[in-house]
Design a protein around this ligand. Sequence first.
Ligand SMILES: [Zn+2]
Length: 122
Amino acid sequence: MYKLATKDNLQYIFMGDDMILKKDDFENLINESETVVLAELESQLDALSEPMCLCNECVLDMAAIALNTVKPLYRVSLLGSLYTATAMDEENYASSVKKAVSNAIERVGNNPSHEVENTQEE
Ligand SMILES: [Zn+2]
């Protein structure tokens, strides 16, 4: 059984008594879905037909919502993109990202998390 432990302010993962990973090793883990989602978000926001709030907060909200929807895609940075190339059906992944991003934009556009200056009654 794996166990997470903290020693000298560093986190380690143990299996039995053997330390197999230290927390720093996780820095080599990269969630590739972030890159894919942000690129898709940028291109969809570029192509918006209607103006909407693109403040930092709203765009981050969109990214967060989209990232929570798509499947994570971790790879080990030391090994380049070897894993991702084989581990997924790229066409399906791309279309699920497109859909997640457009849903996220619509959701934040309809319901921004901050106050919106307008004169309309709710
Ligand atoms: Zn905003």
